[in-house]
Design a protein around this ligand. Structure first.
Ligand SMILES: Nc1ncnc2c1ncn2[C@@H]1O[C@H](COP(=O)(O)OP(=O)(O)OP(=O)(O)O)[C@@H](O)[C@H]1O
Ligand SMILES: [Mg+2]
Length: 283
C-alpha cells in the first residue's frame, strides 16, 4: 500500500471540511478523487502532503506517517498544487532549476521542459504566463525529483482541451512507470478515463469508492437504443438490456431495413454521483 488514510479528518473552525475518510492506493494505481467545489479535495491533498496536520485519524505515504516523517516523504513525492505558487519574477527555466537544486535532483531541466512541451516559454518570467501555461509549468515542477508518488490537485483545470489531453497522457505515462497517483478532479470524464479507483467525495465524506466500471453499473442503467428512420423523421426505441422481452423486441426492430443507429447506453459517473448525493459535479 503506497497511500493509506484512516479516518482522516480536518475542520476549519466549525466547518468540518474532511470528515473521517479512509482509503488506500496500491503501487502503480491512480485514485481519482472526484467531487464538487468545497467538498474537501484540496484539504485532503494538504493533509497527505504535510501542509496541514490531520486533527483526527491519520495517513501514511510510502509507509511514513504524514504527521511525523515529512522530510522523508517530501523527497519522494511530487505535488501539483491548486494554487499556482511559482516564483513570478523568475523565468520558467529558473523556476525549474531552483526546484531541481532544492531537491538535489539530477533531472535535466531542458529535457523535462521538452517532455511537458513548455520549452518555448523557457525564458519567460512566470508572471507573464497565462493561467493554463502556469498550470503546465506546475505540472513539470511536480516531476522534478522523479517522485514515486504524485499528488495532482486538479492538474487540468483551466487548460484548453488539447493541453488537458497532453497532461492526461503524461499522467498515464507516469503510471506506466509504476508511479502511484492521487488525482483530484471535478471532471467526471477525466476521472473515468484515468482512474483505477474513483472516490466520490461530497461534503467531506467519501460516499462511494470503486472502479469506474463498478460505479457506473451501480445505477443499473443499461439500455439498448435503436434509432429507425421513418421518412424524414427518426423514431428511437430504448430497451432495458436486462429486460425479459428485450431479445424479441430488439430482433424485431433490427429486422427493419431503415436502421439509423444502434447504441448501448450505460450511466455516466456524473449520473451516478447525482443519484448518490443529489448534487451536480460541475462548477
Ligand atoms: N484556508 C481555509 N480556511 C477556511 N476554510 C477553508 C479553507 N480552505 C478550505 N476551506 C473550506 O473547507 C471546505 C473544503 O474546501 P476544499 O478547498 O478542500 O474543497 P475542494 O474540494 O478542493 O474544492 P474546489 O473544487 O473548489 O477546489 C470548504 O467548505 C471550504 O470553504
Ligand atoms: Mg480544491
Amino acid at each position: 500500500m503506497i497511500i493509506e488514510a484512516n479516518d482522516l479528518t480536518y475542520s476549519y473552525g466549525k466547518n468540518l471540511a474532511v470528515d473521517h475518510i479512509s482509503f488506500s492506493v496500491d503501487q502503480g494505481e491512480i485514485l481519482g478523487f472526484l467531487g464538487p467545489n468545497g467538498s474537501g479535495k484540496t484539504t485532503t491533498v494538504k493533509m497527505l502532503t504535510g501542509q496541514i496536520t490531520p486533527q483526527e485519524g491519520g495517513a501514511k505515504v510510502l509507509g511514513h506517517d504524514v504527521s511525523k516523517d515529512l522530510k522523508i516523504i517530501h523527497e519522494k513525492i511530487g505535488v501539483c498544487f491548486e494554487e499556482k505558487n511559482l516564483y513570478p519574477r523568475m523565468s520558467v527555466k529558473e523556476n525549474l532549476e531552483f526546484f531541481a537544486d532544492l531537491f538535489d535532483s539530477s533531472m535535466n531541466v531542458d529535457d523535462l521542459m521538452k517532455k511537458v512541451d513548455i520549452s518555448k516559454w523557457s525564458d519567460k518570467r512566470t508572471e507573464t504566463l497565462s493561467k493554463g501555461m502556469q498550470q503546465r509549468v506546475m505540472f513539470a515542477r511536480s516531476l522534478i525529483n522523479d517522485p514515486d508518488v504524485l499528488f495532482l490537485d486538479e492538474p487540468t483545470s483551466g487548460l484548453d482541451p488539447i493541453s488537458a489531453d497532453q497532461i492526461r497522457k503524461m499522467i498515464l505515462e507516469e503510471k506506466r512507470k509504476g508511479k502511484t497517483i492521487f488525482l483530484t478532479t471535478h471532471n467526471m470524464m477525466e476521472a473515468d478515463v484515468l482512474s483505477d479507483q474513483v472516490a466520490f467525495i461530497n461534503e467531506g465524506k467519501i460516499v462511494a469508492l470503486d472502479t469506474p466500471e463498478n460505479l457506473k453499473l451501480k445505477l443499473g442503467l443499461r439500455n439498448l437504443k435503436i434509432k429507425i428512420r421513418t421518412g424524414k423523421k427518426f423514431i428511437e426505441e430504448t430497451l432495458p438490456l436486462d429486460g425479459p422481452d428485450t431479445p424479441q423486441k430488439a430482433k424485431k426492430l433490427l429486422e427493419n431495413k431503415n436502421i439509423a443507429t444502434v447504441h448501448t447506453q450505460e450511466a455516466t459517473l456524473e449520473e451516478v454521483f447525482i443519484k448518490l448525493t443529489g448534487r451536480k459535479l460541475g462548477r
